[in-house]
Design a protein around this ligand. Structure first.
Ligand code: KIV
Ligand code: ZN
Length: 516
């Protein structure tokens, strides 16, 4: 049976979700998990965007050996050079070159004629081939490009050395029938696709909720690579969701008769990891990985499932890696059990990180009887953040209550190890804490969103605070966890400030995307 390649762009298009900025260690952690999941290609970033993006792609390229590691590039010599340099040490590396081709993008964004677009695309593909034999070309906004021009540029790109041609539905505008026909038409019209064994690829955005349906229609039309993200995260309404595509191809293999190399039992832990590290919560009713995806509320359904599971369940939750019951750790659990659990959740920490995470686990287990998977994920997330943190919270004292002016005294350790302390009053305790932190760090943002929830059940549960901070138009998110919700609030604010550095590159990336 044929296979379709799964090209995961969680770390590139997925990270373009507002507020989803990831640090380098977080990206490497996700890349390791994507490799274990069995994705064929990992698009690890856009190396020209910033040094941070370049270093992340390089770090992923150095770490991953089973999947191909890909870097994105516009059609400029500097872009291609950065992408080529970033992937050059990968065991298997790809450069992905893109240039917009639709009339609306040509006229209003690029202000370039068709001939110029073909010329710069061909030059860039040739340059990319100097770094690797594996070059992908995307005529951006392909689904809104005139068919004749699409044929012309695809032919030219293949002749220049592109080995994969990706046809993006950049704005989520396509219908399944129309999108599938682009693939079947090009295969029929351009013999070079068959002669050179060129892989055609889909890349669908979800603006009208059609990304997965369109991707599957592309496969029916002849696509043999699907670009997608975990939990469907990505620009605006997101990209096609990997878990939905993979499980559709698996569950309805009788119809599609095509396989992927994905180990479906790793889907759920990967979804959890991406959600924890990006801070993008998975909606409860999300197909495959949502909390309600396998929950049966109606009595008739429950009765049916108890008599014969398949009456109302088309997939076995165990097949996508949903544990039947979660193991609970406590204060008597030792290093070995903790290490084991961290590995089962898909994380690979260094010995030093594990030791520090274990101490945090012990401290938490002293405060709360049962430590759940969600608690362990949060500890590991914090561990990955600490590596790149500029400021660390070392002390917090808050006075609040009726007839009292809320006051917070905050002590922070900076990256040189120096401790600084300041105090502030505020409208409430959280406002007082945030004012004190803003004074100490010199970073003042406006709070766009503040959410608090209990991570697990029980009154001893940890409180999780998630915030969104707007700093000069940049949106960054922060997450803090503690059994003390004021401490969790302070940690969330600091985590957002620490991420601002990475977010600066995100802004640069978005501007560059718009201008070339
Ligand atoms: O959506 C899009 O067109 C893209 C390209 C860069 C492939 O993300
Ligand atoms: Zn995209």
């Amino acid at each position: 049976m044929e296979t379709v390649r799964i090209f995961d762009t969680t770390l590139r298009d997925g990270e373009q979700s507002p507020g989803a900025t990831l640090t380098l260690p977080e990206k490497v952690e996700i890349a390791r998990q994507l490799e274990a999941l069995g994705v064929d290609i990992i698009e690890a970033g856009f190396p020209i965007a910033s040094n941070g993006d370049f270093e992340s792609v390089r770090a992923v390229a150095a770490e991953v050996t089973k999947s191909t590691v890909c870097g994105l590039s516009r059609c400029t010599p500097k872009d291609v050079e950065r992408a080529g340099e970033a992937i050059k040490d990968a065991k298997s590396g790809r450069v992905h070159v893109f240039c917009a081709t639709s009339k609306i993008h040509r006229d209003f964004k690029l202000k370039k004629a068709k001939e110029d677009i073909i010329r710069i695309s061909v030059e860039s593909i040739r340059q990319a081939r100097g770094y690797t034999d594996d070059v992908e070309f995307s005529p951006e906004d392909a689904s809104r490009t005139e068919m004749e021009f699409l044929e012309e540029i695809v032919q030219a790109a293949i002749e220049a050395g592109a080995t994969t041609i990706n046809l993006p539905d950049t704005v989520g505008y396509a219908t399944p029938k129309g999108y599938g026909e682009i693939f079947s038409h090009l295969i029929k019209k351009l013999p070079i696709i068959r002669e050179k064994n060129i892989i055609l690829s889909s890349h669908c955005h979800n603006d009208l909720g059609m990304a997965v349906a369109n991707s599957l229609a592309a496969v029916e039309g002849g696509a043999r690579q699907i670009e997608c993200t975990i939990n469907g995260i990505g620009e605006r309404a997101g990209n096609a969701a990997l878990e939905e595509i993979v499980m559709m191809l698996k569950t309805r293999n009788d119809f599609y008769k095509i396989n992927t190399r994905i180990d479906a039992t790793k889907i759920f832990p990967t979804s959890r990891m991406v959600s924890t590290l990006t801070g993008l919560v998975v909606q409860r009713n999300k197909a495959i990985v949502g909390q309600n995806a396998f929950a049966h509320e109606s009595g008739i359904h429950q009765d049916g499932v108890l008599k014969y599971r398949e009456t109302y369940e088309i997939m076995d939750p165990a097949h996508v890696g949903i544990p039947a019951n979660s193991l609970v750790l406590g204060k008597h659990s030792g290093r070995h059990a903790f290490k084991d659990r961290v590995a089962q959740l898909g994380f690979t920490l260094s010995e030093e990180q594990l030791e520090s995470a274990f101490h945090k686990f012990k401290a938490l287990a002293d405060k709360k009887k049962e430590v759940f998977d969600e608690d362990i994920e949060a500890i590991v997330d914090e561990q990955l953040e600490v590596e790149t943190a500029l400021w660390e919270l070392v002390g917090l004292q808050v006075t609040a209550g009726s007839n009292t002016i809320p006051t917070a005294t905050v002590s922070l350790k900076d990256s040189n190890g120096e401790i600084q302390q300041d105090a502030s009053i505020g409208d409430g305790p959280v406002d007082a804490i945030y004012s004190a932190i803003a004074r100490l760090t010199g970073v003042k943002g406006s709070l766009q969103d503040y959410r608090i929830r209990a991570v697990t059940k029980g009154k001893e549960a940890q409180g999780e605070v998630q915030i969104e901070l707007n700093h000069s138009g940049k949106i960054v998110r922060g997450r803090g966890l503690s059994t003390d919700i004021l401490e969790a609030s302070a940690l969330a604010y600091l985590s957002a400030i620490n991420r601002l550095r990475t977010a600066a590159s995100r802004e640069k990336l978005v501007t560059q995307h718009a201008s070339v």
